[in-house]
Structure formats: structure tokens, C-alpha cells
Unconditional design. Structure first.
Ligand SMILES: [Zn+2]
Ligand SMILES: [Zn+2]
Length: 349
């Protein structure tokens, strides 16, 4: 089968065409013909060598497609189904899995692009434990982005207990996760302040449901929006003492400012880490305001199931930013590096 693999780490030129034997589904596994694969900021970090992926890896963890073969011990009904996949295949047997914490499982086949070959390929291995059936009205390009670009935000918003009337700040609001988190927060009845890296992304974030949008002068240089401006934006939405929740999808460039915009007992949930490294947490502020700072990982199968239902019901409408053939995945990476993509792009093998 055709793949695009990493020939070392570095600029997008290290993404090169290659071939692999088509995988055979093991016991309990599905073989999925990839219909589309999202191109995520996580992939760009992996390509630069900041994550576990190494030379020869086939990246791509945002996958939808059709089940074309079954391993032993898989109910025959899976054959031919169109599915969206969660980015990790859990084992289904370890303590984390039996506790329902499958995102923490480290005993299964693992995370696409790191532990097993990912979706920059014609076929991937999958499992009933990470696959959710897609209805006909959701195409593969949309299905591909539902777990990472949409499910991540849903899981974070749930963990922050976001509800009607609350004010939610979403940083990196023009990114794949950010844009869909804005739409989901709005769907949950919250009012939303979006912080974007570039003014060019503001219209899309407003269209996704943000009540106000604030460019952060140069997110790569860490020049954040001022805390004063952000607090004013929250006040304008009627929350005098600050925001109830921050969903932090960028990390270092906006963390301190966003933390200071929280009301007493506010919750900041970290889901993105675009500039890996430690963050400066102000202990005085955190103690006096009784803030909660937590992390939220990728979606699990239950989250993805809920997202598929929300999209099928028309509650939210994710739209891939751009569709390219797999052979042009390096162009999609270059666009990510330049921070010009709004939302999430996909490649089609
Ligand atoms: Zn992703
Ligand atoms: Zn497990």
C-alpha cells in the first residue's frame, strides 16, 4: 500500500512517499481502508522531532474510512461499515480499560503515528474498541476530524462542567480544536470569548459561535493579548468577576493571561501544548481565587459516539478546512507551520 512516511525529522520535506505491506488485522482487529485523515498540529510537532515518532513513522491519527477485513473474534456485522476512529486503540483488559479510562491504556496497539502506523496511508489497523459507525450523512473527510478536532474540546468542556450562561474563553480559537470547541461551548449554552493567533482567523471564529474575538499580536513570539483586554471582553458578556472556564489549546503563549481572566472558582483546562515546556503558574492567584487547573486528553470512544450523534443531529457542523490528496500532505504541514490554516485540513489517500 502507499504511505507517506517520515524520512528523519525537520521541515515538511521529510514527509516522503513510501510503500508498506498492507496490514493484516490481528485477532479482535479491523482493517480500515482510509477514506480521509486529518492533519493535526500534533503531527507537525511529531515531524519536528518534539514527540515520540521517529524516522520511518507513518503519521496521522485522525482517521475515517471503511472496514474491509476482520480479524478473528470480530462480529461479522463490522464488515463494510464506515467508521470514524479514536486515535488510540486500547487493550480493553487492563486496569485503566476496565475502569473506563481507555485514554490511559498503554497495553493496547496504542496511538496512531507513534505506536502503530497511522492514517497517512491507504489502510490502517483498528478495533471495535476505537471505531464508531458513521451514518451516511457524515462523509469521510468530516468523520476523520471528529475524534481529535471535535472530541477533544467536548471532553474538556465536560470536565470543566460548562453549562448555560457561563462565559468560556477558548485560546487558539482558530485552530482545529479551538474552532470546534467554540461551536460546542455555544451548543452547551455558554457565551464564548475567542483568542486567535491572527486577525485573519477572527471571522471564522465568530461564525463558529464566539460572541467576541481577540487577536493575540504574535502568538509565536508569546506576545499575548493583555489581561486587561481579556477581562474587559468577559465583562462585556455580563460576567463581572471573570470567566467561568478557559479551554487552553495553545499553552505557553496565552496561559498566564487566560488564568488571570478567570473568576473565583474558575476552571482552566489544558488541552494543547504548542510550545512544549513548563508553564508559569501563579500560586497566589490560584490559591486566593480557588482556581482549578487541569489537563484533558484525547477523546475516548464514548466522546466520539456523542460527537457523531451531535453532528448527525445538526447540533454542530464541522467542516474540514481543505481537502488534499495524500501526496500533498507536506503542503498541509507547511500551512500548519505558517499558522495560516483555519480549522482542520484533511488528506485523501
Ligand atoms: Zn489530532
Ligand atoms: Zn487497556
Amino acid at each position: 500500500m502507499r504511505v507517506v512516511e517520515l524520512d528523519g525529522t525537520g521541515d515538511p520535506g521529510v514527509l516522503v512517499p513510501g510503500t508498506r505491506p498492507t496490514p493484516r488485522p490481528g485477532p479482535g482487529e479491523l482493517l480500515v481502508r482510509v477514506g480521509a485523515c486529518g492533519v493535526c498540529g500534533h503531527d507537525a510537532l511529531a515531524r519536528r522531532g518534539a514527540l515520540a515518532a521517529c524516522a520511518g513513522a507513518v503519521l496521522g491519527h485522525e482517521i475515517a474510512g471503511r472496514v474491509v477485513a476482520l480479524g478473528t473474534d470480530v462480529p461479522g456485522g463490522w464488515l463494510g461499515k464506515r467508521v470514524a476512529l479514536v486515535q488510540r486503540i486500547p487493550c480493553g483488559r487492563c486496569d485503566d480499560c476496565t475502569d473506563g479510562a481507555t485514554t490511559h491504556c498503554r497495553s493496547g496497539p496504542g496511538f496512531y503515528g507513534e505506536d502503530l502506523d497511522g492514517g497517512y496511508a491507504e489502510y490502517v489497523r483498528a478495533s471495535p474498541l476505537n471505531a464508531v459507525e458513521l451514518p451516511d450523512e457524515i462523509d469521510d473527510a468530516t468523520g476523520a476530524i471528529l475524534s481529535c478536532a471535535v472530541g477533544t474540546g467536548l471532553r474538556a468542556l465536560r470536565s470543566a462542567e460548562v453549562g448555560p450562561g457561563q462565559v468560556v474563553i477558548v485560546t487558539g480559537a482558530g485552530g482545529g480544536v479551538g474552532l470546534h470547541t467554540v461551536a460546542l461551548a455555544r451548543h452547551l449554552g455558554a457565551r464564548v470569548v475567542g483568542v486567535v493567533g491572527s486577525p485573519a482567523k477572527a471571522d471564522a471564529v465568530r461564525a463558529a459561535g464566539a460572541d467576541s474575538v481577540h487577536p493575540c499580536a504574535d502568538i509565536t513570539a508569546g506576545a499575548a493579548i493583555s489581561a486587561h483586554d481579556l477581562r474587559d471582553a468577559v465583562r462585556a458578556l455580563g460576567s463581572r468577576r471573570g470567566a467561568h472556564v478557559v479551554i487552553e489549546t495553545t499553552g505557553a503563549p496565552t496561559f498566564s493571561t487566560a488564568l488571570r481572566a478567570l473568576a473565583p472558582r474558575g476552571r482552566l483546562v489544558l488541552v494543547g501544548n504548542t510550545v512544549p515546556g513548563p508553564l508559569p503558574l501563579d500560586p497566589g492567584l490560584t490559591i486566593v481565587k480557588e482556581l482549578r487547573v487541569s489537563g484533558s486528553a484525547h477523546a475516548d470512544r464514548d466522546d466520539l459516539t456523542e460527537v457523531v450523534e451531535l453532528v448527525a443531529d445538526g447540533a454542530i457542523t464541522p467542516v474540514p478546512a481543505r481537502r488534499r490528496p495524500l501526496s500533498e500532505v507536506a503542503d498541509a504541514h507547511a500551512e500548519l507551520d505558517a499558522r495560516t490554516v483555519i480549522g482542520r485540513s484533511v488528506v485523501i489517500p
